[in-house]
Design a protein around this ligand. Structure first.
Ligand code: GAL
Length: 692
């Protein structure tokens, strides 16, 4: 087993299987807790997250602590051989705390202080809140830091949000002072001569003022940093008093407002909450699966290089209460869990072990329903998954290894969001676009690392840069060095518009040397509204041997000039007809591509990537580089001398997949592979052990 994985839960050689366990909601009903303990083993559950929202049970009044109930639970879990992920409770504050210290409440953009409702709602800089969190965490760590059941620490819950109280905005001014040194430097970075916004005093810098998009970007940076700083501060007693137990928090994948690359530097292990809301009756469920795969590949690489991670929350039956209710047909739940494993996860947990009787999540999917405990479909599916995990645990320690990287940055999203005058400026657009560029790889079973632009991509043979709007300092030079040394890079339209201050580049567009590198100058950007799609066709005799006829561009189009590049395809309709849609340029030992059009995913885009992959000699799961059947992907994890191919069928129909004389066996059944195609059931997932 890979030593990396041992560190997920030291000494545990099983895939993590379990969920959020809230005995604090059942303290008056000991028979319910007895039933939990009776059923953990029956469900094959080995890991439970405890205490996430238990603060008012742990500290019922200021300075009054009651740990006895938790002592009993943790001792019982230890005796039952379960792993505990012990939570700090700061995600939901007791009501008495806000009543007694109103300063802990968050202040919104209109300057109104919140009332003590809901959760995830505290002021990040309140000294009282920091003190109270530090106190409870210290007591938890003192009491349980070396408890035999406690294997990991779960800090807070789904960190998010901003506070605009005077203390937080004052903190913003201090943060700006540290970043820029002088007010003059901030004036330059925020372009404050626009609409007479020149600052003459730090106190005038108001994060509510959206007209300076450099200011908005800096506020986003600060708000994300503030939360990351809180996490680090909150973790301190755990690290001090519980040495060796990894500390983490549950992430929300592509959540827009926290820079997870920065937060990940503080995490020992990446843990994710994933609720893709798969809809079996959606003809394009594969598009949802692609976006989830993209997200998982980002999480696997969140700390710079591939690492084992796990799913901390997910929904068994499809009822996650805050999304449209799409119950999952049999099979889909296992497929969703295997999808996480396929992308490098070493375990999957649920929200939640047992449904509460009240509160807005009482109907949320759970292992145990309100009645008929082990008789339900959910329970049986969970128990069956536990048995499957036992059979496939050999995958622990293997990891996905990629030749292809896709770059994705949070700051670029924030910068684009703050801009006006660019198309479809909503939060999800950049994610959708990046996932579309990722899809041709997913459909061929080609592994992709999703990396921050600041990470090292030099060992990847192909790097895709989808609409990287903001270019970080040094990126242009690193990209040039990569390409000159033999790398291939694909840039899509609107890459390289602004620098790290959200100021437009003046040295070309794309800027920071990318215009010279690609040989392409981008002049204009427009939108293909429905019914106004643009046609694109390959240029006869193009050097990529791209055969694209009647491709369709939807979404954004950019009008570019091929200054020093070969035009591979052109727009052939609309007033832009004749201008380049796809260009390429050789540079040193490598090559760049500039994709000016959002080619339609079904036709044009896939053919473009097929031609690039063929020319680059990157093969897919099928030896001819061809597409897997629609809705099917293969993701491969590798270990020494063996690889594990996860075959995932995101369709409600059975599929047969040719294996082209591969040797190996089905990891679950042990059946040797033959020359006949392998069968995947509707919503089926299987793992093949492939030997060279
Ligand atoms: C998550 C949250 C859980 C629970 C779950 C419901 O975002 O962390 O506490 O609320 O959603 O789907």
């Amino acid at each position: 087993m890979n030593p990396e994985v041992r560190s997920l839960i030291p000494g545990c050689d099983a895939l993590l299987h379990g969920g959020d366990y809230n005995p604090d909601q059942w303290l008056g009903e000991p028979e319910v807790i007895d039933e939990d303990f009776r059923l953990f083993d029956a469900a094959g559950v080995n890991t439970l997250s405890v205490g996430i929202f238990a603060w008012s049970r742990l500290e019922p009044a200021d300075g009054v602590y009651e740990f006895e109930w938790l002592d009993l639970i943790l001792d019982r879990l230890a005796a039952a051989g379960k792993n505990v992920i012990l939570a700090t409770p700061s995600g939901a504050r007791p009501l008495w705390l806000a009543q007694k210290y109103p300063e802990v409440l968050r202040t919104d953009r209109k300057g109104i202080r919140d009332t003590p409702t809901e959760r995830h709602n505290h002021c990040w800089s309140s000294p009282v809140y920091r003190r109270k969190v530090r106190e409870i965490n210290t007591r938890l760590a003192e009491r349980y830091g070396r408890h035999p059941a406690v294997k990991l620490w779960h800090v807070s819950n789904e960190l998010s949000g901003e506070c605009l109280c005077e203390r937080c905005t004052g903190g913003f001014h201090d943060w700006l002072k540290a970043r820029y040194g002088t007010l003059e430097a901030v004036n330059a970075a925020h372009w404050t001569d626009f609409w007479a916004h020149r600052y003459s005093d730090w106190s005038q810098i108001n994060p509510r003022d959206f007209v300076l998009d450099g200011l908005t970007l800096d506020w986003r940076r600060y708000a994300s940093w503030q939360l990351t700083d809180f996490y680090a501060w909150e973790s301190e007693p755990l690290r001090r008093l519980s040495p060796g137990a990894p500390v983490l928090t549950n992430l929300m994948g592509l959540f827009e407002w926290v820079d997870y690359h920065a937060l990940a530097r503080q995490l020992d292990i990446v843990a994710e909450d994933s609720y893709p809301g798969y809809q079996a009756d959606n003809a394009d469920i594969a598009a949802q699966a692609v976006e989830t795969g993209f997200k998982f590949d980002l999480l696997r690489c969140l700390k710079g290089e591939p690492r084992a991670w796990f799913l901390m929350e997910s929904c068994i039956d499809g009822n996650s209460v805050w999304k449209p209710l799409h119950l999952k047909p049999p099979g889909l739940h296992h497929l969703e869990m295997f999808q996480a494993l396929a992308h490098g996860a070493d375990g999957t947990l649920y929200f939640q072990w047992r449904k509460g009787r009240g509160g807005v999540e009482k109907y949320h999917g759970a292992v145990l329903n309100h009645t008929h405990a082990e008789e339900t479909r959910s329970f049986k599916e969970v128990a069956a998954l536990g048995r499957r995990y036992e059979r496939v645990k050999a995958v622990i320690g293997s990891l996905n290894r990629a030749e292809v990287a896709v770059l994705f940055d949070w700051e670029s999203r924030w910068a684009y969001r703050a801009a006006r005058g660019l198309p479809k400026n909503d939060g999800a657009m950049l994610v959708r676009h990046a996932a579309e560029q990722y899809e041709p790889f997913w459909r061929r079973g080609i592994t992709v690392d999703v990396l921050a632009s600041a990470f090292d991509f030099s060992r990847h043979r192909l790097v895709v840069v989808p609409r990287l709007y903001l270019i970080q300092p040094g990126f242009g030079a690193r990209m040039r060095a990569y390409v000159e040394a033999g790398g291939w890079a694909v840039f899509t339209g609107l890459t390289g518009m602004v620098n790290e201050s959200n100021l437009c580049w003046r040295d070309g567009c794309p800027g920071d040397g990318l215009e010279e590198l690609t040989g392409v100058w981008m002049e204009e950007v427009g939108e293909c509204f429905p019914g106004k799609e643009l046609r694109i066709d390959a240029v006869d005799g193009n050097s990529l041997e791209l055969r694209l006829e009647g491709g369709v561009a939807r979404g954004i189009y950019t009008r570019v000039h091929a200054r020093d590049a070969e035009v591979l395809a052109r727009y052939t309709s609309g007033w832009v007809a004749g201008t380049p849609a796809l260009c390429t340029r050789a540079c040193g030992a490598g090559r760049t591509f500039y994709l000016a059009a959002d080619a339609d995913r079904a036709g044009g885009l896939d053919l473009i990537y097929e031609a690039i992959l063929r020319a680059r000699g990157i093969a897919g799961f099928l030896p001819d580089g061809g597409l897997l059947p629609a809705g099917v992907t293969a993701q491969v994890r590798e270990a020494e001398g063996v690889s594990y191919a996860f075959l995932l069928n995101f369709t409600g129909a059975a599929v047969r997949l040719p294996l082209f004389q591969r040797s190996g066996c089905d990891l679950e059944t042990g059946a040797a592979l033959t020359d006949s195609p392998t069968e995947l059931a509707p919503w089926g997932a299987k793992i093949l052990t492939l030997t060279p």
